[in-house]
Design a protein around this ligand. Structure first.
Ligand code: 13P
Length: 341
């Protein structure tokens, strides 16, 4: 296969009717935080057990087309000795890899951040590909305050995302481009809308400059939401309308799929909001799908709590969230499909 055929085949496998992506790519500090909440130590074996539990969940491939792994997981094995990327692939779930190295303060733009990890990226990607990864993910974050994101922050983050995406395509890996406008703060939904539009326009301008092929990438944005501490609480329909309005203004139709992050929404909110988009906009130019971490994994962690005897129930909790989001992807989710307990 040529590089182009490889990219096309990966896109065809990832963009699949009624399926989405699981982000299971928490960095070491983030997974430690998630484990701490259930009283579990974050060591290599516990991380392996947790991720292996998810990837071996029977039937998970009915709802997921891809999984984003953390570097460590790419080299780990399930209990029967099968490498975890192969476990995923056997379920029909394409393995991918988070390749950024986290954020740092952006000089001369107080409050803004920029993501690190471009140096040596091409070489790292060759290694990940040899381990089975077919796509990659890189996240830039944009905090909202009165002065953030600054225009410098917006420009620099866009350039970094575009450089990453270009390097991925050069190496035959599909890039997931993730600009996350953060939920923290008391900003209004209108402000989030303005910031998200500015950010996305800058990102696509930079992708164009860096000659990234839009047909061979996925966008992973945040939804347009009022800040966590804003007194106005928006409903699903309002969120869906505002989010798709912003996307229509800024995301070219050549992009095959928009796979949202959950960003601190509850599992039910993330599902209901995705569903509303698919109900209201069945003919949007791109697929409207999911690439959730917390909104898929929270019930799994709460059920598992690090105990072997809970593995099966935790796997069922994951498949249920997968099923509900797969329904939302088709606009067929209803709140009464949620478990009652
Ligand atoms: P959340 O769905 O928890 O926001 O995570 C998505 C993700 O991949 C963060 O980079």
């Amino acid at each position: 296969m040529t590089m182009d055929q490889e990219l096309q085949a990966t896109i065809a496998a990832l963009v699949h009717e009624g399926k989405g992506i699981l982000a299971a790519d928490e960095s070491l500090p983030t997974i430690a935080k998630r484990f701490q909440a259930i009283g579990l130590e974050s060591n290599e074996e516990n991380r392996r057990s947790f991720r292996s539990l998810m990837l071996t969940a029977p039937g998970l491939g009915e709802y997921l087309s891809g999984v984003i792994l953390f570097e460590e997981t790419l080299g780990q094995k399930s209990r029967d000795g099968t490498p975890l990327p192969i476990v995923a692939a056997r379920q029909g779930i394409v393995p991918g890899i988070k390749v950024d190295k986290g954020t740092t303060a952006l000089a001369n733009a107080p409050g803004d951040l920029v993501t690190q990890g471009l140096d040596g990226l091409a070489e790292r990607l060759r290694g990940y590909k040899a381990q089975g990864a077919r796509f990659a993910k890189w996240r830039e974050v944009y905090p909202i305050t009165e002065r953030n994101p600054t225009s410098l922050g917006v420009a620099v983050n866009a350039q970094v995302l575009a450089r990453y995406a270009a390097i991925c395509q050069e190496q035959g890996l599909v890039p997931i481009v993730e600009p996350e406008v953060l939920l923290d703060g008391d900003h209004t939904m209108e402000r989030c809308s303005q910031v998200t539009e500015t950010v996305l326009r800058a990102v696509f301008q930079a992708l164009l400059e860096h000659k990234v092929t839009l047909e061979w990438m996925l966008l992973k944005p945040s939804m347009v939401l009022p800040g966590k501490d804003c007194s106005h609480k928006a409903g699903s329909e309002e969120i869906a309308r505002e989010t798709v309005k912003v996307l229509r203004r800024s995301v070219p139709a050549a992009v095959p799929s928009v796979n949202f992050l959950s960003g601190g929404q509850t599992p039910q909110q993330a599902t209901a909001n995705l569903n509303a988009m698919n109900v209201l906009f069945p003919r949007a130019p791109w697929e409207l799908s999911f690439s959730y971490a917390r909104a898929l994994q929270q019930p799994v962690l709460d059920t598992w709590r690090g105990k072997n005897e809970n593995v099966e129930a935790a796997q069922k909790a994951l498949c249920l969230r997968g099923k509900l989001n797969a329904a939302a992807r088709k606009g067929q989710y209803r709140a009464d499909m949620e478990p009652t307990h």
